[in-house]
Design a protein around this ligand. Sequence first.
Ligand code: ZN
Length: 419
Amino acid sequence: MLPVTAPRSEPADAQPTLLRRAFVFDAATRTFVPGRDILLEGGRVARVGEDIDAPGARVVDCGGLYAIPGLIDCHVHITSSGEPGAMNYAAREPLPLRAWRAGEYARRTLHAGFTTVRDLGAADRLNVDLARAIDEGLVEGPRVLAAGLGVTMTGGHGHGFIAREADGPDEVRKAVREQLRAGATTVKLFASGGVMTPGVDPRSPSLTEEELRAGVEEAHKAFRVVGAHAQSTEGIKNAVRAGVDSIEHGVWLDGEAIELMAERGTYLVATLTAPYHIAHGGLEAGIPPFMVDKAHQVLEDHFASFKAAVAGGVRVAMGTDQGTPLSRPGENAQEIVRIAEQGLSNAGALLAATAWAADLLNIEAGRLEAGKAADIVILRGDPLADISILTDQSCIAGVIKAGRDVRLEIAGTASGGTT
Ligand SMILES: [Zn+2]
């Protein structure tokens, strides 16, 4: 597929920046290479190496600090606060109010080190407009690949809040085309029931393989990556056979599903955080009882499926389902910790939130290499030794998006020359 979702045009007029003598994460060897310089120019990484000479560049001394690529969350609902009920009842609030709030959620997400997110469904397609506002520099936030509304069957999961209903291959085709017309840069299809819609069983498949295939065809024709919400075993297999790029959730994976995914290179975006919070936060937090019951149903099997998929060689990319109850913007990194604990290792989890996520989304980011987006997080500690530092705001010394400072708290920053 062509790199159509590459970072969109960002202003390239920022002064070049030279990050001096950091430990730099190398995706290929899964290690930090000490004493490396990174030169950022025109919104991209220009060079990574030793003792780079860059006259005129701003120099930032990163001695003792760890540089990783900007984090990527492949499954968010960034226009949602993560308060219980926020997603389901969003459309009852005035759109301008929701838009202003969404701007704040985007800011929090970016400041937490997430420089790219994929938004898989928002009421009124607010995600598409938010992506545009960020691109125009009106709102501070990550790059947003936005699906607009997801596409679900009549009465299927997501209907009435983040999805448009469609039945039969032709209607699914049309529904996908509508999202693209509205400016969607990624596509979401629903292949099974789910936890958050009343009366819908997550164990049941929804759009048929034929319907899913029509949706995938339209998306791929426009070079858009397709994520399929799929929890039931049959729904997962339907989606994989239909050619989707990622399975979202993947609660009930059996041996055949794992083999199919590994063989076809279908990514798993597990979102373990979503049912975890719903089940543990529970009724006390005001989450509707029907959701809590269903989250308990899925939790154990979900974690077991994730472990089996990792062991079975399925590609993994990190996604939180931020916006679901108690999964708040800016707290996205907890999923990285969760997948590390569930069999991926610290290095694997970091890759799932950087290089592998970029591979799934087909974007030029996620690796600290020449030509990739100059999206960088600078850490005060080594995340391979303790991955949970990613969830600790005080461990973040800097966030840079497209070569521009989002936050930079490093003492001794010098300007205008070499050292
Ligand atoms: Zn979701």
